[in-house]
Design a binder for this molecule. Structure first.
Ligand code: N01
Length: 506
């Protein structure tokens, strides 16, 4: 082992939070760079992040699997073009085992906060394990807890009054058998449109409470044939060509998302025709007609959503929810819709997803305040006054048109470069300069002004005051270019002799 590696082993503990795609990518990339001194803290007892938590019926990816997977760990035998949740979860399990990451994970550890110590360049990470408060010291602190991890219950009067079964789409209660029941689904987003067709097959009566009609396009899903699987396995270049084809096909959509939303008209044409084809009843069709630019909210793909809504035992309710009652849902027109169960497909706490963590940086700076008030960052990865801390799937890195796994890999590569710089230059810490993050954030916000998300709809990409702290305003290859090299000029590079002090974990 080299002297440098020894320093890393002894003096460079790294804490990663979460074992979703982000945490796993980060761990593998660190290992590939020869850095093994990391611990992953995972609040649950299993890996997988959102692909562990979202087990609702019909859960599947809406990005093709051959692209929604790591470039360093291709899978040749995806069962479908868009694979189901269980297969994606088992792919992640495979990655964790193949790269020997499981033994680096501390399960049942919920991170509650972290504090930076300037003199040593260390983070003291606080977490709860089996009800006990514990701490770990880290030279680098990597947050891989994604924005789509905390379910958002709707702000509806009487939510707690309901006497039947009620659960969020991301916390599906598999003990409840909904067969033959009267069920309400609140929400018509990406989760709901996957759940509704499955419920439609088993329930007696299904009521879909829609606040905003989404754009739905046909999903080019299909079983992957045996020939394709064998070809992808035997001739890797065919697999890469297939992946590249999906990538560039999706990437072309960015022209409408971020260059000129008028280019979305073509997709709207397809969406309107699909609605006309699938829904013959003009009253229902009028209810389901979206009234915003496609892509402003997430564009949905389904071959069975409209087909379920037209069935006689399914109703789309658009009267607006007034309250939840003991027996069901009361709409603003005074009607009480009595049901046995309510599914809350109402999304996630996205804009303030870091607010549950108490993270204190230089001079007592508070991360939550920085993210909700200043709202500045650099590449969605680093934040000024929070040195040696790195966000995965951080602000302004979300996509509407392509695979997040591509973005995650770009981020993980960048973080490895930062850690190598800390090590090789023997820095105590690196802190992104305020000017650099200001310039970067201004540029991102300016570009977002002409994006589809600024075309006038309400979505989880926007905070209450209309600030878009979620979406990346460009092609994904532009993000790749921006993160490909570490520009150290953007960072204060601070050296203190304490660097050589042994870090002892408690
Ligand atoms: O959540 P959402 P989601 N009263 O926020 C409605 C990813 N994802 O879980 O549109 C009534 O999109 C709300 O109505 P409105 C993907 O990135 C990926 O479906 O705000 N309704 C909306 O219809 C996605 O974007 C996959 O008017 C209320 C719905 O609830 C993200 O997760 C699969 C309400 C929430 O939709 C979130 O999707 C699934 C209220 N008080 C999800 N509050 C993949 O396949 C909210 N709503 C990769």
């Amino acid at each position: 082992m080299t002297a440098q590696a020894t320093i890393i082993e002894n003096n460079f503990p790294i804490v990663i939070v979460g074992t979703g795609f982000s945490g796993i990518a980060m761990a593998v990339m660190l290992q590939k760079a020869g850095i093994d001194s990391f611990t992953i803290l995972e609040k649950a007892q299993d890996i997988g992040g959102t692909w562990r938590d979202n087990t609702y019926p019909g859960a599947a990816c809406d990005v093709p699997s051959h692209l929604y997977s790591f470039s360093f760990e291709p899978k040749t035998d995806w069962s479908r073009a868009f694979s189901p949740q269980a297969e994606i979860k088992s792919y992640l399990d495979h990655c964790v085992d193949k790269y020997h990451i499981r033994q680096k994970i501390r399960f049942g550890c919920e991170v509650t906060g972290a504090e930076f110590e300037e003199s040593t360049g260390t983070w003291t990470v606080s977490f709860k394990e089996k009800g006990r408060h514990k701490k770990l010291t880290a030279r680098a602190f990597i947050l891989g807890n994604g924005a789509l991890s905390t379910p958002a219950d709707p702000d509806i009067k009487g939510l707690k009054d309901f006497k039947g079964d009620m659960f969020h789409s991301a916390r599906w209660n598999h003990d409840v058998d909904l067969t033959g029941k009267k069920v309400a689904v609140i929400g018509t987003g990406a989760s709901a449109i996957q759940i509704i067709p499955e419920l439609g097959k088993i329930v007696d009566k299904l009521e879909v409470f829609q606040r905003t009609a989404p754009w739905v396009l046909p999903k080019p899903d299909r079983n992957m044939s045996g020939i394709e699987k064998r070809l992808f396995s035997a001739v890797p270049s065919t697999r890469w060509l297939h992946r590249a084809y999906i990538y560039w096909r999706n990437e072309a959509l960015a022209t409408g998302f971020v260059v000129d939303p008028r280019l979305m008209k073509g997709l709207e044409f397809i969406g309107r025709n699909y609605l006309r084809y699938a829904v013959k009843d003009p009253i229902l069709r009028a209810k389901l007609a979206p009234n915003f630019t496609i892509g402003c909210k997430r564009m949905l793909l389904s071959n069975s959503y409209y087909q379920t809504l037209v069935q006689p035992h399914v109703d789309v309710v658009t009267d607006g929810i007034e309250s939840i009652t003991e027996q069901g849902i009361k709409t603003r027109n005074g009607i009480e819709h009595k049901v046995d169960a309510i599914v809350l497909a109402t999304g996630f706490m996205v804009t303030n997803y870091l607010s549950r963590l108490n993270i204190k940086g230089l001079q007592g700076a508070d991360l939550n305040t920085a993210m909700t008030e200043q709202r500045e960052h650099y590449l969605g990865i680093t934040v000024s006054k929070f040195p040696n801390m790195f966000l995965m799937m951080g602000p302004n890195t979300g996509l509407g048109h392509n695979s997040m796994v591509f973005m995650i890999e770009a981020q993980a590569r960048y973080v490895v470069k930062c850690i190598e710089a800390l090590r090789d230059k023997q820095l105590t810490y690196m802190d992104v300069r305020e000017e650099a993050q200001h310039e970067y954030t201004q540029d991102v916000q300016q570009r977002l002004q002409k994006s589809v998300w600024a075309s006038g709809c309400q979505s989880w990409y926007l905070s209450e005051d209309g600030h878009n702290g979620a979406a990346w305003p460009g092609f994904t290859w532009q993000y790749w270019l921006a993160t490909r090299r570490l520009d150290l000029k953007a960072y204060h590079q601070v050296y203190a002799p304490e660097y050589q002090t042994e870090v002892v974990n408690v």
